[in-house]
Write a protein that binds this ligand. Structure first.
Ligand SMILES: Nc1ncnc2c1ncn2[C@@H]1O[C@H](COP(=O)(O)OP(=O)(O)OP(=O)(O)O)[C@@H](O)[C@H]1O
Ligand SMILES: [Mg+2]
Length: 283
């Protein structure tokens, strides 16, 4: 688990805090979505989770972050990476090898995984991300979605208990984005991997995440189960986050006392909401 207590961080040379007084606990098995406008501090928060802040990004670090009980100030990012695997916002800076299988191999060798286990881990990682056929392809020849999957596979092979991904679908079309979310859901549900996902696509987040954290100006302004966070639509909009249209619709229907249920988090449940109202109206 990740426990963040009273965390503030200011980049060396920065003028204001990139993170201000953050308290956040992420339990094992959680699927947490982090959302907020540009510059809100989302990437910096992920750096606090994988130790890049303060070890790589130096600055004024206050408070405490522990990852599976390890204090991030006292443990180097290389050590923390055994617990928390990171997929960065700038994917091209992450992929070091020229061929997909070498990218996965590189991490496994770096972690000192015994040779007889490497092949099994490689196959499992390729299979669970659905890219077995891309094994021998060059990274340069992959599409955006394939590259994201390869980056995720390279982390999956290392079997961290927590994965932190920073806008992994930023450059992807809706269909490829959904495929990446499906991979994360499977890792979460079938392998118990804790997922922390920075993402702008709120509709997908609402459908797949269990909890949402909303950031604004370096602060964590809301955090809780997805439907509770959507109930605070005004605060979300103040933070520059557009709430899904279906949530707006549900709120308006509630205001008119036409609907009393939870905010639907996917199209299937939105359909049930609308059909319920229509059948009530027909009575
Ligand atoms: N390396 C750095 N040095 C100094 N300041 C930085 C650095 N990286 C980010 N910042 C500042 O810290 C604040 C938070 O930035 P951060 O990158 O965490 O935001 P973000 O929510 O990830 O934004 P985006 O959605 O654009 O990725 C911003 O004011 C930014 O200018
Ligand atoms: Mg960012």
């Amino acid at each position: 688990m990740i426990r963040i207590t009273g965390l503030s961080f200011q980049y060396g040379g920065g003028e204001k805090n990139a993170l201000s007084d953050i308290d956040l606990e992420i339990n094992n098995g959680d699927f947490l979505g982090i959302i907020g406008s540009s510059g809100a501090g989302k990437s910096t928060l992920t750096y606090a989770m994988n130790g890049l802040a303060p070890h790589h990004f130096r600055g004024d670090f206050r408070g405490e972050v522990t990852v599976n009980g390890l204090d991030t100030r006292q443990n180097q990012p290389e050590e923390l990476a055994r617990h928390v695997g990171s997929v960065f916002q700038d994917i091209d800076s992450q992929m070091l090898a020229s061929v997909v299988e070498d990218e996965i191999l590189f991490g496994l060798e770096n972690f000192g995984i015994p040779h007889d286990e490497i092949e099994r881990r490689m196959n499992d990682a390729l299979e669970s991300t659905g890219i077995s056929e891309l094994r021998s392809r060059t990274v340069a020849s992959l599409s955006g979605g394939q590259k994201q999957k390869a980056a995720i596979a390279a982390i999956v092979a290392l079997r961290p208990s927590i994965m932190v991904l920073d806008e992994p679908t930023g450059e992807l079309d809706p269909q490829s984005s959904r495929m990446v979310f499906e991979i994360l859901k499977k890792l979460n549900e079938e392998h118990g991997v804790t997922i922390v996902l920075v993402e702008q696509k709120i509709m997908l987040l609402c459908e797949f995440a269990r909890r949402l954290a909303v950031m604004d100006g370096g602060k964590l302004i809301l955090c809780g189960p997805v439907k509770d966070v959507l109930d605070s639509a005004d605060r979300l909009e103040d933070a520059g986050v557009n709430i899904p249209r279906v949530a707006t619709l549900a709120r308006r229907l509630r205001e008119r006392e036409l609907y009393h249920g939870d905010i639907p988090l996917d199209i299937g449940r939105a359909k049930i909401m609308v059909e319920g109202i229509l059948s009530d109206a027909a009575l």
